[in-house]
Design a protein around this ligand. Sequence first.
Ligand SMILES: NC(=O)c1ccc[n+]([C@@H]2O[C@H](COP(=O)([O-])OP(=O)(O)OC[C@H]3O[C@@H](n4cnc5c(N)ncnc54)[C@H](O)[C@@H]3O)[C@@H](O)[C@H]2O)c1
Length: 262
Amino acid sequence: MRLAGKVALVTGAGRGMGRRYALGLAKEGAAVAVNDVEADNAAKTAEEVEAQGSRAVALGGDVSKKEDTGLMVSEVTKAFGKVDILINNAGVNPFILPAEQIKEEGWDRVMDVNLKGVFFCCQAVFPVMKDQGGGRIINISSQAGLFGEQGLLAYCVSKAGVLALTRVLAYEWSRYGISVNAVAPGFIAAGMNEPILGKSELVSALAERVPQKRFAEPEEMVSVVVFLSGEEAAYINGATIVVDGGMGGYPPNPIIDLIRKR
Ligand SMILES: NC(=O)c1ccc[n+]([C@@H]2O[C@H](COP(=O)([O-])OP(=O)(O)OC[C@H]3O[C@@H](n4cnc5c(N)ncnc54)[C@H](O)[C@@H]3O)[C@@H](O)[C@H]2O)c1
């Protein structure tokens, strides 16, 4: 029970990886506030957390709306008295398009949820964490934010923004005992990838880009988020933990094939 007595707020936890993070943190003893813009799904995850024996509260609310994030944090403090851990997980990846075809409203939606939403949630928990003498913020970025990905320009820019935000907040808020880190996952066999998981040719082609030749299992992300939330990670701050099976910087290089054939 590495997180006994702790209170965590997980955004976008009604399904996908957020749900997994909520259940993983609860398994280690944390009480969990489960947010999702789809309030029914938040309620379902909260029930699952309770079924595991931890306390939970379900919070509807759109992270891209500043007012909602303030309400969410006051609901958590009303329910549990504090917020030790914030997992900024809510994110969208609503289109794959050549850069020249991206429309303003699509760009805005991605930035609003993935970047502004993360910032608003950080701002909302700040006074609580400051008053209680510290806290942990873990921002879910993506390897796409580090290395870029064709067809995902807005998503990549939003996730790169999350990495910059992570470093600056770590610098600014360390003095209050707040650490801020990011996780940059590669392909996970869950969440927003679910629609392609049945398409074996596509999955194989994508997995081919990973040195480990496979997608990550959800638990391989949960363990990292739980680790960053606990005492063992007390000196990690402003860091980006890349969990992508080595995919970053691994485009096929034809020269290596030529050398091998010699
Ligand atoms: N699945 C992957 O392979 C992968 C890889 C890298 C990064 N990520 C990141 O992990 C995070 C979770 O992704 P996932 O795969 O579980 O996706 P998902 O689509 O399964 O889940 C996202 C959740 O966020 C919620 N959400 C969306 N907009 C919201 C808002 N404005 N306010 C509150 N909740 C909102 C959705 O309702 C949903 O429950 C995202 O930030 C995503 O970018 C995922």
